[in-house]
Structure formats: C-alpha cells, structure tokens
Design a protein around this ligand. Sequence first.
Ligand code: SF4
Ligand code: SF4
Length: 390
Amino acid sequence: MADFEQATDEEVLLIDDELWEQLIELTDGAAALCFQCGVCTAICPWGLVRQKPLSVRTLMRQAQLGLQEKNGSLWLCTTCAQCEAYCPRGVNIVDVFRSLRTVAWENRNPEKGLPSLMWSIFWNDNPWSQPPTQRALWANNLDIPIFNPQEHEVMLYIGCTSSYDQRAQKIASALVHILRGAGVEFGFLGEEEPCCGEAVLSVGHKHYFEEVAAKTAQVFQERGVTQMVTISPHCYDVFRNHYPPFSNGFQPLHYTQYLFNLISEGRLQFMKPLDLQVTFQDPCYLGRINQEYQAPREILKSIPGVELVEMENSAEDALCCGGGGGRMWLETPIGERFSDLRVEQAVQTGADILAAACPFCVACLEDSLKVRKTENFEVRDIAEIAARAL
Ligand code: SF4
Ligand code: SF4
C-alpha cells in the first residue's frame, strides 16, 4: 500500500475496508465532518517547536479513508484539544486520535515504551511501576483516616502520580493541610485506592480502559463514595466524562473547584499575606476540556498579597505543558518541549511564581525551569501556594 503522505499521483492508495469500518465504529464517524481546511495543523503547538508540524489534517484524512498511520506522528498528540477549539466543523479530533491509537494497539503496533506502561497498570495498578503496597507511604505521618461515608463529607482521591512521585506528593500533603485548615471531614482509600485508568485511555487502549474503569467504579461503589475530590485534572476528567457508563453516579470535583466552594461558603480563609505576583498555567484537562477557568484564579485572588498576572495564551488559548495524551511516558527531545515556551511566557510576565493545578504540569514546567536556570522564579502548584497562606 502506498503511504498517504508520500504517494505520487501515479500510485494507488489501497483502502482497508475493515480498518475503515473499525474507525467509523470507534469514533462514531467523527472524522467524516472534516473538510480538510488545515486549521488544526496550523494551531497545533507542535508547529511551534518542530520544523515539521504535526499534520493533524492528514491524520483526519487517513481516518476518513481507513488508512493506517505509519510514521509515528499519531503518538505526538498531547490531547490538549487546542485544535478542537478552532475546528470550524466541530470535529472531535482528540477522540479520533484515541481511536487511531486503539487500532494501532489492536494491530500490535503501539509506540515503543507504551506496552510496559500497560503492564505496570495491569500488575501494579499504577503506571509508575511501583508496588501497590507502597501507594500510601507518602501519607505515613499525616494520619489521614480511611474514608467512611458515615463520618466523612468527601473522599480525597490522591491518584497514582501524587501517590508515587516525590514532587507531586508535596502537592498532596499541601492539600491535606488546607482541608484540615478548613475543618473538612475527609478520608482516603490508602493503599486500596485504585488507578483511574487515565493513562490507559490517553494512549488509546480503549478496551483495557473499560476493564479498569469498571473495576475502579466498583471499588468506589463498595466504599460508598458519592463525592470525591481529585488532585489531578486528568483523574477528574476521566471520572467526570468517561466513567458514567460504569459508575453509580459519584460526583467528582477537581480540588480547585472544591476549595473555591469552601471559600465561597466562608469555610476557608487565607490569613497570611504572601506579597507575590503569580501567573497561572491552565491545565488543558481543567480549562479547555472541562471549562473550569474561574476556580483556580479565585483561589489565588483570595490570598492576601497575591497579584494574578496573565500570560500570553491564557485560559481558552492556554499552551499545553506537553504532558497529556500519554506524553508523560514518552521522551520529548530538548528543544521540542512546549513547557520551555510556557516557562518563557511566564518569566516574561515578571511574576515570582508560575502556578499550576496539575501534577503533570508541575513536572514538565519544573523540568523546563531547571534547564532555563532562572533565579528567583518558582513553579508551584496552587495547593502549595495556598497552604503557605494559611
Ligand atoms: S480544523 Fe477541523 S475541518 Fe479543518 S482540517 Fe482540522 S479537523 Fe478537518
Ligand atoms: S490535541 Fe493538541 S497536540 Fe493533539 S493535535 Fe490537537 S492541538 Fe495538536
């Protein structure tokens, strides 16, 4: 079969009917709406960091025709949804990408490095290749009770990254400190906390995701979870948008939303002035994908002495950190990291701190800041800033 991108006029492209049907079924025909304008390719942030941009338009055409992607570009997508926001035909581009990835898994052709991620989730119930028995080690000195629906108003879902990654554990500890400061009765599931499966879904293993989601939803049901607060917007997104077919209807909230509610109800107040200029990185899975722009900003504004300054490309237009869509688990060469551009924009505001509200954003942005070696400038999660102000 001739390659779609390299085919000459004389070559014949052979369309695989089976693949075409598979894609139509997996995407509900989403790619059919595409009329090949190329706006998606022009807006995709890969065009800012690579000489050869990610040709989103070409991938949409391949999906329409039932042609398999062969050059690996499919795995570049961070699922940031920037292209969807501008697509004049309203194509659900991210879902088409996930479905193309599903087909790649079915054909045993995933990106190198991703099968071991799946095996880690299968054996360890986390993508970090860490023992499940160590999931709650980070909380050893915090004395967090195991969630009990009779005693607790909310269940705190820590997530795999904040459970195992030492940097992200600090975000979890800060949030525990804030919830206690506000007098919230909460518990967690300790080492019994299951993986949400976001990593599985984002790399397109849709069939395995269904298994993980059904199992995890069952645990929540057995534990009587009705309201949950997540640390990561990625966990929040899967629970909110991809769990309804499997769950009994628990309500997930991202922690920024929960803290904003506490502030609005007068249960949470920050008393200690911080005297800081802060700029904010909208995580794609909180902002563009779930339309929550207000809560994180209101938390920052409610801290005395904090002045919020916006970066170029903020809110709906925020630049992705590069960690979504499974890219956290794949290597991105220096010079091609979106987070380098984001740190540059943040430094240009003159702020003291680049705030994020996502463990993936914190990891990517902090890595870029280390390379840039800027003095007197920090990357912090909003929970860490808020905990300082209690
Ligand atoms: S922006 Fe939408 S319609 Fe235009 S090429 Fe991309 S997917 Fe197709
Ligand atoms: S979702 Fe983001 S990374 Fe993926 S193609 Fe669209 S703009 Fe590019």
